[in-house]
Design a protein around this ligand. Sequence first.
Ligand SMILES: C[S@@+](CC[C@H](N)C(=O)[O-])C[C@H]1O[C@@H](n2cnc3c(N)ncnc32)[C@H](O)[C@@H]1O
Length: 314
Amino acid sequence: MHDKIGVLKYFLKPQHYDKYPLKWSEIFGNKKKIYVEIGFGSGEYMTALAKNNPDINFIGFETSLTALYKAQVKFYKNYIKNARVIQGDARLLIRELFPSNSISKLIVNFPCPWPKQRHKERRIFIESFINTLADVLKKGGTIELATDVDWYANEVYNNFKESEFFEAEEIIENFERPIKTKYELKWDKEGRNKYLFIAKKVKDNKIKRVLEGVSELPHKSIKNIDIDKLKQLKDKHIKENNMSFTVSSIYEDLLNDRYLLRVVSTDDDFMQQYYVSIYKKTNDWLVKLDSTTIPYRTPAVKFTIYKIAELVER
Ligand SMILES: C[S@@+](CC[C@H](N)C(=O)[O-])C[C@H]1O[C@@H](n2cnc3c(N)ncnc32)[C@H](O)[C@@H]1O
């Protein structure tokens, strides 16, 4: 049995920071170069790379909590010091968490190609993410994609070939690398073909980030609240420019003069779910982010707090 606290020390929660993009040299305590892996699965590839390359810092992104946990157990058992993991959609978080010219290499191994047309936007290397990479990668930095899906390798090759920011290398069929991922071992056993694609950044891009700068916890105090107006908020979709929110549930704690609102908000493609609490203080009411869920304090999150305060005030 391993020590659970020790294992979880690799889990970075960027929502708890108040300044973006993050200062990676402060997080790692050094200025070593940075490699990023998206969708590391059980983490065997990242563990081996981190172990063999102590002079590189590794940051992995996963949407799956199980994967995040399994990878951390591997890091812990291998005494890894130069790796961190983050939960969430890497395509959006890489844009927000890394400054320009900060990543030396991005690795994506055997991602789901999302073959259906209606799921196309879930693929990793869509145009918006290629533009993000052209900002956050160092000049001369590379992206490396391994896949068992021929049309997907070709699609990614074409996407990078069309980008003015990258030089696309020819796809290598049935490549061999010193470390194999879990999916790679599986596909090797089935005798599937596999493809390796590498692209090099040759020109800088500048993208717009949603979170740039300091991010405080938004709150607003109001004299009194109108309960009917509050209840009317349920399922309402409120939009202003590129920001919107919906209150999906309202919970009432009558004994303590307290309401909890479950909210989904979006800034363009950046969607988050969290709670807003409204509670009585001595002379007034306070509308604020509930501390059980800390979202990234994007403009839409601030808009949500101020708009709810405005709409429920009596
Ligand atoms: C098919 S698995 C491959 C796992 C591993 N790389 C391997 O080769 O064994 C793809 C992984 O990518 C993760 N994933 C998919 N989209 C993602 C995204 N946008 N951001 C972060 N992780 C993602 C999934 O949770 C899944 O664990």
